[in-house]
Design a protein around this ligand. Structure first.
Ligand code: 2AM
Length: 195
């Protein structure tokens, strides 16, 4: 199964993101837009793994999740990898809380690498992927997109858990399903500890 760990976004936030992108979809040309229901923040892409390894992954994610308290995730602005001059991946930004989200991702990398999953080599920049360019994007349309949405706020989301997703590649695009959720926070109601 093809799996990744991430943070799901509430429907209102996904709707706000999709609505903001709507006026630009045609103009930006050859971009494969992420379906509204699929918008999320990836923490760790695990890729294709044997089903027998899922329990081990679940234990690692449960442990990583316990180390970080629940938080409010801010989604605002847009940008692109590798840069806005030649956008390949168009994203919405996650400006806050950088430290906590970074800690969550680092914990996950450390614990999963202990279980034999290779560490991500690239620096972690939390983001919500909106679309992936399949070819050159018209510069004027890109400029209009970044100009219009760079200062835009897409709201805040209360994040109380992270999720393990299965990603199935279907003809109509990827389909994500939550395999399991892992509550954030030490001493929370699900850790069995007493407060
Ligand atoms: P991103 O687009 O948010 O950066 C599910 O496929 C998620 O895993 C995608 O949203 C993508 O994150 C990430 N992903 C997919 N393929 C990947 C790869 N080869 N390496 C790293 N992350 C990948």
């Amino acid at each position: 199964v093809r799996v990744f760990a991430g943070i799901g976004l509430p429907p209102e936030m996904r709707r706000a993101l999709a609505a903001a992108v709507d006026p630009f979809r045609r103009r930006l040309g050859p971009v494969a837009w992420v379906a509204e229901g699929n918008l999320h923040v990836t923490l760790k892409f695990l890729g294709e793994v044997a089903p027998g390894r899922i329990p081990e992954i679940e234990r690692a994610l449960a442990e990583a999740a316990r180390c970080v308290p629940p938080f409010r995730l801010v989604v605002a602005g847009v940008g692109a990898f590798p840069g806005t001059a030649r956008p390949r991946v168009l994203w919405a930004g996650v400006p806050e809380p950088l430290e906590l989200v970074g800690k969550l991702q680092q914990n996950m990398e450390t614990i999963l690498s202990g279980a034999g999953f290779p560490r991500e080599e690239r620096a972690f920049h939390p983001h919500v992927t909106l679309g992936r360019a399949r070819g050159p994007v018209p510069p004027q349309a890109a400029e209009a997109f970044f100009g219009a949405l760079s200062g835009r706020s897409f709201g805040t989301a209360a994040v109380a858990s992270l999720a393990l997703y299965e990603s199935r590649l279907c003809p109509g695009g990827a389909r994500y399903t939550v395999l399991r959720e892992f509550p954030l926070g030490c001493g929370g109601p699900n850790t069995g500890e007493r407060r």
